[in-house]
Design a protein around this ligand. Structure first.
Ligand SMILES: [Zn+2]
Ligand SMILES: [Zn+2]
Length: 325
């Protein structure tokens, strides 16, 4: 049954990408959503991230929370007046009591956003906050995204116990998640789980991350905030030649949402107790989000091949070019 649905879907999908620029073709494509289970990996995240963007655009398109942030005399009454006007215009044929109830619901959500933005002050990572974060991490402070275990030297540098410590760069770097090419990569940084630019504030929003994960995450929250195509570079993992690298933000997004080893036989390794690695689920598929898998060191099929000399890994990443359609 699934194959029948997939076959219909393939038949109805134009192979000519110029159709992506024709409105009639877009209308046709939008009437045929991809069948469930089309994507073997990460389908819930790939759908949820798309829906989350639609939802944000829907809410903010109705009424932009940033209109009320600066002027603190503006309250939910002001928001409601604006939202109601928009709802009346957009849904004029709906009963009035339903329009009012709907506008109230929307206004409450928008007001929450307004308040988040108002409170939003980047919690400067004071030494006390850093100390708290390290203490909360227990005996093995790790990156909350990839599970990389920080060295004692990195902890000392982070807490400024010793001034001017330069961290020792690793000799070998995981080519798929190239942490360690730059010294920032292996430092400890304070990550805003929800980026400040996206309304994240407060101490609960802070976590320890390695510099590589933190810089690769940036202010992005959705898989669609990153390029849709992987960077291109040619390299070999064992006997398999690869033509693309996993986009660093895909790696971060999938690691942070999976947070555990996905070995088919089951595994107790999580981001809290082990470093996790990204790899294509199948070497014949491209390293894109429908084919990327998380493994612990023990179950990683590329454990013997993914580590390259630092200079070689650097060259592979320096060589990358955006793939062209
Ligand atoms: Zn990390
Ligand atoms: Zn495992």
């Amino acid at each position: 049954m699934l194959l029948t649905r997939l076959s219909h879907y393939i038949d109805g999908t134009p192979h000519d990408s110029s159709s992506l620029w024709r409105m009639t073709d877009l209308v046709d494509m939008s009437s045929r959503p991809p069948p469930d289970a089309m994507l073997p990996r990460n389908e819930p995240m790939l759908r949820a991230d798309a829906y989350a963007i639609w939802f944000r655009w829907f809410m903010e398109g109705l009424c932009n929370p940033l209109r009320y942030v600066e002027d603190e005399t503006k309250t939910i009454i002001d928001v409601l007046a604006d939202v109601l006007a928009r709802v009346d215009a957009l849904y004029s044929s709906e009963p009035q009591d339903e329009r009012i109830a709907f506008a109230q619901k929307i206004s409450q959500r928008i007001m929450l956003e307004v308040e988040r933005h108002r409170q939003l002050k980047r919690v400067g990572a004071s030494r006390a906050i850093k100390r708290d974060l390290v203490d909360a991490a227990g005996s093995e402070p790790r990156c909350w995204i990839c599970g990389f275990k920080f060295s004692g030297q990195a902890v000392d540098r982070f807490l400024k116990k010793r001034k001017g410590i330069e961290l020792d760069l690793p000799k070998f770097v995981d080519v798929l998640k190239p942490r360690g090419i730059l010294s920032r990569d292996i430092r400890i940084e304070v990550d805003h789980i929800v980026p400040v630019a996206g309304g994240g504030g407060g101490k609960d929003n802070l976590a320890l991350a390695c510099g590589w994960c933190n810089k690769s995450k940036g202010a992005r929250t959705s898989i669609y905030d990153a390029d849709g195509r992987p960077p291109r570079s040619v390299y070999a993992l064992g006997s398999v030649v690869w033509h693309e690298l996993p986009h660093p933000f895909w790696t971060v997004r999938i690691l942070a949402t999976r947070a555990r080893c996905e070995h088919a036989g089951g595994c107790s390794a999580t981001v809290k107790n082990a470093e996790l690695f990204i790899a294509p689920g199948d070497a014949r598929g491209a390293p894109n989000p429908s084919n990327l898998h998380i493994y612990c060191a023990e179950h990683d099929p590329y454990a013997a091949h993914r580590f390259f000399g630092r200079e070689v890994a650097k060259r592979i990443w320096d060589d990358r070019a955006r793939a062209v359609a």
